[in-house]
Design a protein around this ligand. Structure first.
Ligand code: NAG
Length: 591
């Protein structure tokens, strides 16, 4: 996951609702029915609001968040049951630990601003990693066709017997975020030790994302050991700079895959992403089906230099400051929409969360049709800044630069505003609002204004300097197309059934709704940003137990991108079950 240091993927409200379970329940009983209309008071001690909700109307509203049945391989039943048994053996666990621990021991750090492959020697760290994989997975290397794309990108083709079936694509990344030298002393076990302490494997990449890559490779190796031969082709694609720009790895892999297979040629794609967590007393898996867009805006002011003893009223730094203040004064509008993935997640909480109070449940249901209820739900969710940030086009002024000497007028100053673009918006809308918010100020400072290559100010206006807006560092990224999540969509149905089967098998449960599968959304971007044309069915999902309460760090915040990254082996073994079930189910399902 790029850039988002340990941010939970589906965070809870700042105060976890189930910690306030009793007061929520109480609130649920406080619904007053007045002439067919209910005054709904949803109190968590820190927020009270009272939208008007027709209780009678909404109590029996149509069920939301329909669930697929457990899906267990049928044609592949024999290999499924055999490998399920093998995965439960202590010696398999020991073997898996060795595989992942060995992979962590090969450092594969990437840095921002590296020169291309072939120019920058820092990429060469992937050579030893490839050697490691070749040694660890002999059957994968002798049975699958390996293509190295841009030297270090790995594509394995496991050709199925029926070429009329669209292949599935399993993705992961080989690179890890760098370990900062000054933080090495803070690690309980050295960052590339791959130390196993009886419960966890420690080290950079143990979670993000060697758990995914090694999980996939291990499962394929074991399926080969069982003599499994796929009907549907399986393609593995492993990028190597997901934590930097992704351009050298996934960017090139995408070009290659489009060349070989064509656009819209894959039945589905699974890459790293969210796991499952307990919310409101129910376990929810939230495969990420959307991603926000991205734009780094550069705001640059140029003005004449000179001696600071005879200064103008405003220097370029002063002007830039005013412009940035203006941005913070006028943030992007934000409103919860029924199209938002977060909204769909909450429909699932409302429908399936065991401990959701009847007041909240009614509110969530009512919001499907009632504007007032939607507004009230928004108010409730936006108390948590994580939820608000997921919905909003965010802005954060993250860099500023200007001036070279205390007694010289700065000729140039610039700031960087980092945007994460709402899935309901676009790069264009974001740039237009960025432009528009500075128009009046640019005029009052007499700046020649150019925004994204277009002249804004009239040419005959007085000019005291220039203001230029442009995209910095990388190309702006549109919000990702949203993956279909209705049950008529076969990939979603198959994935859901697979998650349920893997969960049941790992926890020795029976029945379809031990885990609820809900559309989810992460906070960062993954390699999948390059893969949109390969399939509309992109899922960012790691079948890992995120624990009870994401907001207290029980979740995916296991040192990802910071010190003491580690993975609980039991959780990871369940992820192996998921990959195995996924490959076998996809092999025999209509997708
Ligand atoms: C902008 O130009 C006008 C006209 O030349 C001038 O009166 C005004 O003071 C200038 N404003 C600034 C902030 O320099």
């Amino acid at each position: 996951m790029k850039g988002e240091s340990g941010l939970p993927l589906v965070p809870q409200p700042t105060q976890a609702p189930h910690a306030k379970r009793s007061s929520l329940k109480l609130a649920g009983q406080m619904i007053l029915v007045t002439g067919g209309l209910a005054l709904l008071a949803l109190s968590q001690g820190y927020a009270i609001f009272s939208p008007i909700v027709d209780i009678v109307q909404w109590k029996d509203a149509e069920a939301q968040c329909a669930q697929a049945d457990v899906l267990v391989p049928h044609r592949n039943a024999e290999v499924y049951s055999k490998l399920s048994e093998v995965l439960g053996l202590p010696e398999t666990r020991a073997r898996a630990i060795n595989w992942l621990s060995g992979a962590v021991k090969v450092p594969t750090e990437v840095y921002d601003d590296m020169d291309p492959v072939g120019v920058d020697p820092q990429w060469e760290v992937f050579g030893p990693f490839h050697d490691y994989l070749a040694e660890a997975y002999p059957l994968v290397h002798s049975n699958l066709k390996l293509t190295k794309v841009n030297t270090y990108g790995l594509v394995f083709d496991w050709i199925g017997s029926d070429s009329s079936l669209k292949p599935i694509l399993l993705a992961a990344h080989q690179d890890v975020v760098p370990v900062e030298t000054r933080t090495v002393k803070d690690w309980t076990h050295p960052p590339f030790s791959g130390h196993y302490d009886g419960e966890k494997i420690w080290g950079r990449g143990s979670n993000d994302d060697k758990s995914g890559l090694i999980g996939i490779m291990s499962v394929v190796e074991m399926l080969l050991e069982q003599g499994f031969k796929p009907t549907r082709t399986v393609v593995l694609a492993f990028g190597f700079d997901e934590e930097a720009s992704g351009l050298q790895g996934a960017g090139e892999l995408n070009n290659y895959l489009v060349d070989v297979w064509g656009e819209n040629s894959f039945a589905l794609l699974v890459d790293e992403g969210g796991g499952y967590v307990e919310e409101y007393g129910t376990t929810f898996a939230t495969p990420s089906v959307a991603e926000k867009g991205y734009l780094d805006l550069r705001v640059e002011v140029k003005m004449p230099g000179g001696h600071s003893s005879v200064p103008p009223a405003h220097t370029s730094i002063g002007v830039l400051s005013s412009l940035l203040v203006q941005y913070e004064k006028e943030p992007f509008d934000v409103a919860l929409s029924r199209e938002d993935t977060l909204y769909k997640t909450w429909q699932c909480y409302g429908e399936h969360g065991r401990d959701v109070s009847s007041a909240l449940r009614t509110l969530i249901k009512a919001s499907m049709k009632s504007k007032a209820a939607l507004t009230a739900l928004e108010k409730f969710l936006f108390q948590n800044k994580f939820y608000k940030s997921m919905i909003q086009t965010t802005q954060a002024i993250t860099m500023i630069n200007g001036g070279v000497k205390s007694n010289a007028l700065p000729e140039e100053a610039y700031g960087i505003v980092n945007h994460r673009i709402s899935t309901q918006s676009s790069t264009h809308a974001t740039m237009m609002y960025d432009k528009q918010r500075l128009t009046a100020l640019a005029e009052s400072f007499n700046l020649t204004y150019t925004a994204f290559g277009k002249h804004i100010s009239s040419t005959d206006a007085p000019s005291a300097g220039s203001l230029t807006l442009s995209a910095a560092f990388t190309e702006p990224l549109e919000p990702a197309p949203v993956t279909p999540t209705d049950l008529e969509s076969h990939p979603w149905r198959m994935l859901s059934g697979t998650i349920k089967a893997a969960f049941n098998a790992a926890h020795q449960l029976e029945g379809s709704n031990n885990i609820i599968v809900a559309p989810g959304m992460g906070t960062g971007n993954t390699d999948t940003r390059f893969y949109w044309s390969l399939t509309p069915h992109i899922f960012r999902y790691a079948h890992q137990n995120g624990g009870k309460d994401v907001s207290t760090g029980g979740g995916l915040d296991r040192g990802v991108h910071t010190v003491n990254e580690a993975i609980v082996v039991d959780y990871w073994m369940e992820q192996l079950r998921f990959f195995m079930t996924l490959i076998l189910n996809a092999d025999e399902s209509e997708l």
